[in-house]
Design a protein around this ligand. Structure first.
Ligand code: CDP
Length: 576
């Protein structure tokens, strides 16, 4: 058996080479000699057993839940975020991917947060911060009479600490750094990642309000306000500042935007404070010290004979909500204050992956009105079923403790969880499940990976592989697909096949924003999506995507122009 020989892992779940390799390196339990101690199935059993344990607190049937969860995981119909797969049932036991920490304008405050970040990263979590409270560069520091270094300098310390502290020794932590549009240091922040090697462990986002977006549209002025002195220090043209953001995003993909008002219109607990930051990839706005655990339904397993199997989907949603709610009770929290916050709101983030695969199975092109309709039907169904599931849990286990203070109480909707839905990037778990990531279109139809020094693995999109066989596409044509990574301009490929297997760069950015927006409408947290643009896209294209995202009610936006950075995660095809 090839995978056994190559990796020394018994592949009892029929996973891909890449999946086995990643599992072996970072997920499967190893002994002190570094030898793998569990199979993929045993990993799922470890996770299902640990998570089912929570049922005992409520006098519910642990065995029954174990069977349900074990089936859910081994069928790859649903996978939780990486920390759960890695840490459930181990002594570390930290199961959440997403945290937000506050940053106060004092040396004590900043370094306390730095310490908290290191502890969270060590446990496997990622962190988001809003640095807007920090006084700008050059402001006076009262205790010494010296000058402040400003938010961007402090972010460098967070970045360096992130480099040094690996997540549970298995991956490097990720961060989100946010600054308000009207902070005096905003220009330095916008340009911060234009230099290679700078803030590499951060995603950057500018937090902007509706009023500011209006001024951008109208080319009006805004005041830049010193948060410490609480007064305006200069006035700038909002459009010019916005253009700087767009130009920088065109150059390097950053910063993205976070739409503060839209986020707070959907804050379930406004009396507990404003939502001012998100986790690293943007899919969960959280209060300071809140954390959220995620899980994603594999949509590529949710259709039969070219139709969505809604009955199956309903069962998976109910089991997944139960699973994610259980995690809150068995999680080992990295900080006591996080435990207190999480147990009071019990936020969870159920999402999807494999959306592009599902469309393909249904015979629908990602770039079509039908795709928008399917997206809407699907996410509306999932969100509604998740609410029913959370309501059922509330009947069995009570509502979340802050419920009386929440907007759900005002609407008389007794839920177990303050939030339910969130669309994560699913970077690694989609690879493990062997499906397309999140709600993204295919980036490439072929991936090349090097393993074990000189073994090259080429993975063709499995659905395409099948079609090529059915249509008896000849070897010569297959070779050109390998080289290009897409079906664009390849002779001998029927048009309908090409439209089913469009890659991200063949889909207009504005359409990608529309897909994001359709999902966002039903998602109470947020949606992580990268709007991919071809290399020859203009800054105007980026600006247009940013405006559209705001107009359509997205909570934020991230873009990436192909090859705008020296190195990137994914490349198209094998041709050099
Ligand atoms: O697929 P996986 O569960 O590994 O993660 P993802 O869906 O790609 O990312 C979900 C969240 O995990 C991110 O938004 C981060 O909060 C966190 N993350 C992290 O902390 N460090 C990483 N290297 C990757 C993700």
């Amino acid at each position: 058996e090839a995978k056994w020989k190559l990796f020394g892992v018994h592949d009892d779940l029929k996973l891909s080479f890449n999946a086995i390799q990643v599992l072996k390196e970072r997920y499967l339990i190893k002994n002190e000699e570094g030898e793998v101690q569990e199979t993929p199935k045993a990993m799922m059993k470890r996770v299902a057993l640990a998570v089912a344990e929570a049922d005992r607190f409520y006098g519910q049937d642990v065995n029954e839940s174990f069977e349900k969860f074990y089936q859910l995981l081994t069928s790859l119909e649903f996978l939780p975020n990486s920390p759960t797969l890695m840490n459930a049932g181990t002594s570390l036991g930290q199961l959440s991917a997403c945290f937000v920490l506050p940053v106060e304008d004092s040396i004590e405050g900043i370094f306390n947060t730095l310490r908290d970040m290191a502890i969270i990263h060590k446990s496997g979590g990622g962190t988001g911060f809003n640095f807007s409270m920090l006084r700008p560069k050059g402001d006076q520091v009262s205790s010494t009479g010296g000058r402040a270094s400003g938010p961007v300098s402090f972010m460098r310390i967070f970045d360096t600490a992130t480099d040094v502290v690996k997540q549970g020794g298995r991956r490097r932590g990720a961060n989100m750094g946010i600054l308000r549009f009207n902070h005096p240091d905003i220009r330095e922040f916008i340009r911060a990642k234009n230099q290679a090697g700078f803030l590499e462990n951060f995603n950057l986002s500018v937090a902007i309000t509706d009023e500011e977006m209006k001024r951008v549209h109208q080319g009006e002025k805004i005041d830049l306000v010193d948060p410490h002195l609480q007064k305006a220090v200069s006035t700038v043209n909002a459009r010019e500042l916005f253009d700087l953001i767009v130009e920088s995003a065109w150059k390097s993909g950053e910063p993205g935007l976070i739409f503060l008002d839209e986020i707070n219109r959907n804050n379930p607990t406004p009396s507990l404070g404003l939502l001012e930051a998100t986790n690293p990839c943007g899919e969960v706005p959280l209060l300071p010290y809140e954390s959220c655990n995620l899980g994603s339904i594999n949509l590529s397993k949710m259709s039969t004979d070219g139709k969505i199997d809604y009955q199956k989907l309903q069962r998976v949603v109910f089991d997944a909500v139960h699973f994610l709610d259980n995690i809150i009770d068995i999680n080992r929290y990295p900080l006591p204050i996080v435990e207190k916050m999480v147990k009071a709101n019990r936020k969870i983030g159920l999402g999807v992956m494999g959306f592009a695969d599902l469309l393909c199975q249904l015979g629908i092109s990602y770039y079509s009105d039908q795709a928008l309709q399917i997206a809407e039907q699907l996410i509306t169904f999932i969100a509604n079923e998740a609410k029913l599931a959370s309501k059922e849990l509330a009947e069995q286990r009570d509502v979340f403790p802050n419920y009386p203070k929440s907007l759900h109480a005002a609407k008389n909707l007794p839920f177990r969880n303050a939030t339910l839905i969130s669309i994560a990037p699913t970077g690694t778990i989609s690879l493990i499940a062997g499906c397309s990531s999140g709600i993204e279109p295919y980036f490439a139809l072929i991936y090349r990976r090097f393993v074990l020094e000189n073994t090259e693995l080429i993975e063709i999109n499995p659905l395409l592989e099948k079609q090529l066989k059915v249509l008896k596409i000849e070897e010569k044509i297959r070779k050109s697909i390998w080289e290009k990574g897409s079906l664009k301009d390849i002779d001998g490929i029927p048009e309908h096949l090409h439209s089913l297997f469009l890659t991200a760069l063949e889909i207009p950015p504005t359409f990608q924003v529309q897909i994001q927006a359709v999902f966002q409408k039903q998602v109470d947290n947020a949606v992580s999506k990268t709007i991919n643009l071809p290399n020859d896209a203009t800054p105007e294209d980026v600006g247009q995507a940013y405006f559209l995202a705001h107009q359509l009610g997205c909570k934020g936006i991230t873009v990436y122009r192909y090859q705008s950075r020296e190195s990137q995660v994914l490349y198209l095809g094998t041709g050099e």
